[in-house]
Design a binder for this molecule. Sequence first.
Ligand SMILES: O=C(O)/C=C/c1cccc(O)c1O
Ligand SMILES: [Fe+2]
Length: 312
Amino acid sequence: MPLALCCMSHSPLLDITTQSDELEASVRGALGTARDFAATVDPDVVVVFVPDHFNGFFYRTLPPFCLGVAASAIGDYNSLAGDLAVPTALARELAAAVLDAGVDLAVSHRMQVDHGTAQPLRELFGTLDARPVIPIFLNAAAPPLGPLSRSRALGAAIGQFFAGRDERVLFLGSGGLSHDPPVPQLDTAPPPVAERLVSGRPLTAEEAERKHVGAIAEGKALAAGTSARLPLAPDWDEHVLDLLGAGKLSELDGWTNDEIGAHGGGAHEIRTWLAAHAALAAAGRYEVAYRYYRPVPEYIAGFAVTTALPAA
Ligand SMILES: O=C(O)/C=C/c1cccc(O)c1O
Ligand SMILES: [Fe+2]
C-alpha cells in the first residue's frame, strides 16, 4: 500500500493568460516540483479528488459525491479534452467498498470533468490518459453543500480501501484555497443561465468566449484591487495548509459552509484537499514533503501546491 499525496490549486487563467516572468516562474516551479514528485511516486493508479464548475454536474441531478467508472474531460477554457484512462473494474470495486463503509456516493459510467481535473493531470503527467485515474467528484459549487466531515469520511473510506492493497496510489486533490471566481449561482443567475445550471445544455461558442473574457477581466481587476468579488485570504489559506499538513483533519469538521464561503465561493474546493489528506491518513501518520503557497490574484487563486508521504 505505498500511498502518496499531491494537492494543487487550479486556475484556467494559468492557461489562458500571460503573466510576469517572475510570477509564471514561481508557479511553474512549484508545479514542476509536484511533477518530479509524481514521477518518483510512479503511481499505478491516481485517485483524483475534484470539484466541477457546472460543466459535468447540474441541478437536474446533483450528488454530493460521485465516482467515475468511466470519464472524459470536456476541454473547457482550452484545457485538455478526451477520455481518462479509468480502470473500470477497480473503480467499481472502490465504489462498492466506499458504500460498504457507510459513505453514500453516486457512480457515473459517463462522468464529464472540466479544467479542475484536466489541469492537474496535465501538470503532473502531460496527458489525460498517461496513468490509470479514478475521478472522485465532490460538489463544491452548487448549494446545498454537505459538511466537511463527510468529505473527510469519503477520503478515509477510499484510503482504507487502498491501505489493504498493493497498488502504488497517488491521491491528487485539485482546487482551493481562498478564491471567488465568477462561477454563476442558481439563485442569482439571470434566467437563461439559471436554466442551464439545471439542464446542463452545453455552452455555445459565444457563451464560452464570454466566460473566457469575463474570467480574464476578473483576474485583472482582482490584481488591480478593483474587483467587486471577495479578496484572497492568505492567512486563512496558510491556516488550512497548517491543519492539513499537521494531520489535524477533524479540526475542520466544525467549519460551517458560511464560514468557508466567506473566503470566496471557490474556497469550498478545500473539500478535495481534505478528502485527499484523509485518504493518505488511512495509512497512518504522514509528513509534508513540499509546500508552496502564494496568493495570486491574477489567477483568482490562493495558489498552493503540496506533496506528502507516510511518515518514515
Ligand atoms: O469559471 C470557472 O468555471 C472557474 C474558474 C476558476 C478560476 C480560478 C480558480 C478556480 O479554481 C476556478 O475554477
Ligand atoms: Fe475551481
